[in-house]
Design a protein around this ligand. Sequence first.
Ligand SMILES: *[C@@H]1O[C@H](CO)[C@@H](O)[C@H](O)[C@H]1NC(C)=O
Ligand SMILES: *[C@@H]1O[C@H](CO)[C@@H](O)[C@H](O)[C@H]1NC(C)=O
Ligand SMILES: *[C@@H]1O[C@H](CO)[C@@H](O)[C@H](O)[C@H]1NC(C)=O
Ligand SMILES: *[C@@H]1O[C@H](CO)[C@@H](O)[C@H](O)[C@H]1NC(C)=O
Ligand SMILES: *[C@@H]1O[C@H](CO)[C@@H](O)[C@H](O)[C@H]1NC(C)=O
Ligand SMILES: *[C@@H]1O[C@H](CO)[C@@H](O)[C@H](O)[C@H]1NC(C)=O
Ligand SMILES: *[C@@H]1O[C@H](CO)[C@@H](O)[C@H](O)[C@H]1NC(C)=O
Ligand SMILES: *[C@@H]1O[C@H](CO)[C@@H](O)[C@H](O)[C@H]1NC(C)=O
Length: 293
Amino acid sequence: MRNTRFLLAAGLSTAIPYVVGTSQPQSRDVSPDPYSCSNIVIDIVNQTDIDFYASCSDFSEDILFFIDHNFTGPFELPKIKSVPEISSGYLGPDLSGSDRIDDGVTSVSMPDLVNVTSGGVLFGYIKNLTSISFPNLSLITKDFVIFGDTQLSNVSLPSLEFVTGGVLLNGELDNISLPKLKSVAYMRVESTGSLDCVALGKSLFSLVFTPGKYDMYAGFTCWTGHAGNSYNSSDSTSTPASTTSTPSNSASMTSGTSTSPDSSTKTNGGIILQVRFLELLLCFATMVFLAAF
Ligand SMILES: *[C@@H]1O[C@H](CO)[C@@H](O)[C@H](O)[C@H]1NC(C)=O
Ligand SMILES: *[C@@H]1O[C@H](CO)[C@@H](O)[C@H](O)[C@H]1NC(C)=O
Ligand SMILES: *[C@@H]1O[C@H](CO)[C@@H](O)[C@H](O)[C@H]1NC(C)=O
Ligand SMILES: *[C@@H]1O[C@H](CO)[C@@H](O)[C@H](O)[C@H]1NC(C)=O
Ligand SMILES: *[C@@H]1O[C@H](CO)[C@@H](O)[C@H](O)[C@H]1NC(C)=O
Ligand SMILES: *[C@@H]1O[C@H](CO)[C@@H](O)[C@H](O)[C@H]1NC(C)=O
Ligand SMILES: *[C@@H]1O[C@H](CO)[C@@H](O)[C@H](O)[C@H]1NC(C)=O
Ligand SMILES: *[C@@H]1O[C@H](CO)[C@@H](O)[C@H](O)[C@H]1NC(C)=O
C-alpha cells in the first residue's frame, strides 16, 4: 500500500510549482527508477519517455501524469487506454518577471485513451497548442479544463460521455463538439472566437448536471461577449423549449453509468491537490483580473 503522506509530499513538490509556474523544480528524485510503470510522478519530456510509457498497461490512480513544459512538438501516446489524469501547461498567464518555460507541445493525441480515472484533464496557457485528439475518450473523472490556449480553436471529443467534475473551456474557440456528452457537474464556456453558443446550447439541451459539494458554478453557461450569442441552462428565457430550467441530478441518468459521485469526496491529499485545479485556476484568473486594476 502506498504511503499517502509521501504521495502528498511528492504532489506538493511537483504539482504546485508545476501549475503555478514560479520555478522549475521538477525534480525526479521521487522516482528512483527513471523508467517504471509504477512511478508516482510521470513527467513526459521527450519521445523516449513516450515510447516507454506507451508500453505500460496500467497506471495507479494516485499518480501525477503530465507533459513537461520542456516537451516540444506533437505529443502522441498510443496504446494507453486509461490514465489517472493528464495535464500540461499552467494555471495562469505568464506575469511579468516570471522565469517560467513556455510549453512547447503543439498537439496532443491519445488515440486509444478511454478513461481518465482520477485527476481530470488540463491544458492551460499553452501558446503553441493547436489541436487535441482523444477520439475514444469516454469518461473524465474530475475536471476538464481548456484555458488560455490561444491557438486552439476546435475542441472535439466525439466519444466523451461523462465528466464527474466541471468543464471549463476558455479561449478563441470556434468549434466545440461534444456529441455524446451526457453528464457534467457543470459546464462553463467563454470564447472570443466564432463559437455559436446558442447552437452549442441546443446540442447539449439534455445534458444532466451532477453538482459537487464545492462547485462554484451550476448548469451550462456559454458566453462570447456578443449579445444574442450566449446560453444559460438555468435561465429559462435563453433555454430552448423542451429543457427544464432546473435539471435534476438524476432525471435521465441511467443506472449503471460509470460516474461515481462519491469519488468527489475522496480525501487523499494528493488527489485533492491535483484535482481542484479548476477552482485554483479561477482563483488565479480573479487575482490576475484584480491585479490589472
Ligand atoms: C529524454 O528525457 C529523459 C528524462 O525524462 C532523459 O533522461 C533522456 O536523456 C532524454 N532523451 C533524449 C533522447 O533526449
Ligand atoms: C527543462 O529545460 C531547462 C532549460 O533548458 C532545464 O534547466 C530543465 O532541467 C529541464 N527540465 C527537465 C525536466 O528536463
Ligand atoms: C512556439 O512557436 C513559435 C513559432 O513557431 C516558436 O518560435 C517558439 O519557439 C515556440 N515555442 C515553444 C515554447 O516551443
Ligand atoms: C475506438 O473505439 C472503437 C469502438 O468504440 C474501436 O472500434 C476503435 O478501434 C477504437 N480506436 C482506437 C484507436 O482504439
Ligand atoms: C475546426 O473544425 C472545423 C469543422 O470541424 C474545421 O472546418 C476547421 O478547419 C477546424 N479548424 C482547425 C484550426 O482545426
Ligand atoms: C465551426 O465553426 C464555424 C464558425 O463558427 C462554423 O461556420 C462551422 O459550421 C463550425 N463547424 C462545425 C462542424 O460545427
Ligand atoms: C444563469 O441564469 C441564472 C438564473 O437566471 C442566474 O442565477 C445565473 O447567474 C446565470 N449565470 C450566468 C453565468 O449568467
Ligand atoms: C472505462 O471505465 C468504465 C467505467 O468505469 C469501465 O467499464 C471500462 O472497462 C473502462 N475501460 C477501460 C479501457 O479502462
